[in-house]
Ligand binder design. Structure first.
Ligand SMILES: *[C@@H]1O[C@H](CO)[C@@H](O)[C@H](O)[C@H]1NC(C)=O
Ligand SMILES: *[C@@H]1O[C@H](CO)[C@@H](O)[C@H](O)[C@H]1NC(C)=O
Ligand SMILES: *[C@@H]1O[C@H](CO)[C@@H](O)[C@H](O)[C@H]1NC(C)=O
Ligand SMILES: *[C@@H]1O[C@H](CO)[C@@H](O)[C@H](O)[C@H]1NC(C)=O
Ligand SMILES: *[C@@H]1O[C@H](CO)[C@@H](O)[C@H](O)[C@H]1NC(C)=O
Ligand SMILES: *[C@@H]1O[C@H](CO)[C@@H](O)[C@H](O)[C@H]1NC(C)=O
Length: 390
């Protein structure tokens, strides 16, 4: 128990001690000041005398440029704004990041349904935990939050977060599929990604309803001539065929003149494509031969490795990602993706328990659980048409 008197005593003694500390510091800072002045005059001296060519320190001074503005290379490498800083923090040494966009609907539990305690973001992050060689990739994930709730949740999870503000519009509320707000949000995303490419960063873009079960870099081409490697709803067996149905929910794009030009053109179509989704606009550009016109090298990714609900892979041994495409409602996606992670845990259990040949035999007839939630999501719905996709 503390008596009021002792409190007063404490205060007094604190005051005295802080007073003496202040004295100490002011003496110390005077010394620092003197030292600084000395240094400053020395630098000034060198700067003035560096005009004489005989100065032996001239090369050193030239390199460090005390007297004039810093050279361009210094300005460039310095984090000039928040996005540059966020990209630098999340980037791999080869200027590659993983980008996902989240809004409130993807970080909050859905509706009043207390049986569902998970969120899309939680499932997405769980997949990095459960996947093979995927945990270290989380260090390179930049979550782009389009509203404050999503940003707060991202910061709480100690991830790399960036708050994207588009035209002062709050994208937090539910977006009805193909409503004007929904379309605006999609184009805001494209503009942001163009910005990232312009800054020289290559990236994997991933929707958060994509489960990362293996490190996709092991299946993606490292050849620098590959500009875009993009997932498909249905794969026709030909990686170069533009008859493939591309899906912008997962792709790997390199930053170069061609890809910047692609995103520029794509984004500039926004006012000319009223009522169209950005994915459909990209598809149209492809059909019009724009990829070939740019000399863009595009690979369409097989659904064996980059799978989805439109076309399931049967091969647990080589699957990288599973996307809940061909699905309409966020609750349906959460339900079915939870099953995917449960199936995957069962598979991993056998793989860790048995030697590989026996494990292969035991998992030969493994199939994914039927996506009942998503199958039903196309029927008449009691709730809304919202997909809530950021
Ligand atoms: C960039 O670095 C990562 C991590 O080292 C690697 O997985 C990836 O393949 C690299 N990308 C390229 C294009 O080399
Ligand atoms: C990359 O692809 C180009 C075009 O197909 C090819 O000529 C080149 O040999 C490839 N480079 C590597 C390192 O595989
Ligand atoms: C982009 O194009 C400019 C001008 O044509 C060229 O100088 C530059 O090297 C190119 N950059 C890349 C990354 O290809
Ligand atoms: C916009 O659409 C019109 C009519 O289809 C077309 O003539 C025009 O070239 C388009 N503009 C762009 C930038 O594609
Ligand atoms: C694999 O399973 C089949 C039947 O399912 C069995 O006949 C065969 O012996 C098994 N092989 C191994 C290596 O366990
Ligand atoms: C869903 O959207 C379609 C077309 O926009 C509309 O006809 C239908 O009534 C909507 N359904 C519900 C449940 O809101």
């Amino acid at each position: 128990m503390i008596k009021p008197d002792s409190n007063i005593d404490n205060n007094i003694s604190q005051k005295t001690s802080s007073h003496s500390i202040m004295n100490y510091y002011s003496r110390k800072s005077f010394a620092n000041f003197a030292l600084l002045s000395l240094l400053f005059s020395a630098v000034l001296y060198f700067c003035i005398s560096s005009t004489s060519t005989s100065n032996p320190l001239l090369p050193f001074l030239r390199n460090h440029n005390f007297c004039s503005t810093p050279p361009n290379s210094m300005i460039k490498s310095f984090p000039v704004d928040e996005l540059e800083a966020a990209l630098e923090k999340a980037s791999m040494p080869n200027k590659t990041v993983i980008i996902a966009v989240v809004n409130r609907a993807y970080v909050e539990q859905q509706g009043d349904d207390t049986s569902s305690t998970t969120t899309m973001l939680d499932l997405f992050l769980d997949s990095f935990w459960l996947g093979e060689e995927t945990r270290p990739l989380l260090d390179h994930l930049l979550l782009v939050a389009v509203d404050q709730t999503a940003y707060d949740r991202c910061m709480f999870k100690r991830l790399h977060c960036y708050r994207l503000v588009t035209d002062g519009v709050d994208f937090g509320s539910e977006k009805v599929y193909m409503s004007s707000e929904f379309i605006k949000m999609m184009w805001g995303r494209t503009q942001f990604l163009l910005d990232v490419l312009n800054r020289g960063y290559s990236f994997i873009f991933t929707d958060t309803d994509v489960m990362w079960l293996r490190n996709p870099f092991t299946k993606l081409s490292k050849n620098e001539t590959e500009d875009l490697q993009i997932s498909t709803d249905v794969f026709n067996g030909k990686p170069r065929s533009e008859d493939n149905m591309l899906n912008t929910g997962f792709y790997y794009i390199r930053s170069n003149n061609k890809t910047i030009s692609l995103f520029n053109t794509w984004y500039n179509m926004k006012d000319n494509s009223t009522g169209m989704k950005e994915q459909d606009v990209l598809c149209d550009l492809m059909k019009q031969g724009f990829f070939r016109q740019l000399g863009l090298r595009v690979t369409f990714l097989p659904t064996d490795h980059f799978s989805g609900f439109c076309h399931d892979t049967t091969d647990y041994w080589s699957v990288c990602t599973v996307h809940s495409n061909c699905c309409r409602h966020i609750t349906a996606k959460i339900f079915d993706l939870s099953n995917i992670l449960r199936d995957w845990r069962r598979f991993k259990g056998i793989v860790t328990q048995f030697p590989i040949d026996i494990a292969r035999n035991k998992t030969m007839d493994f199939r994914w659980s039927p996506h009942t939630g998503c199958l039903n999501s196309w029927g008449p719905s009691k709730t809304s048409n919202a997909t809530n996709k950021p």
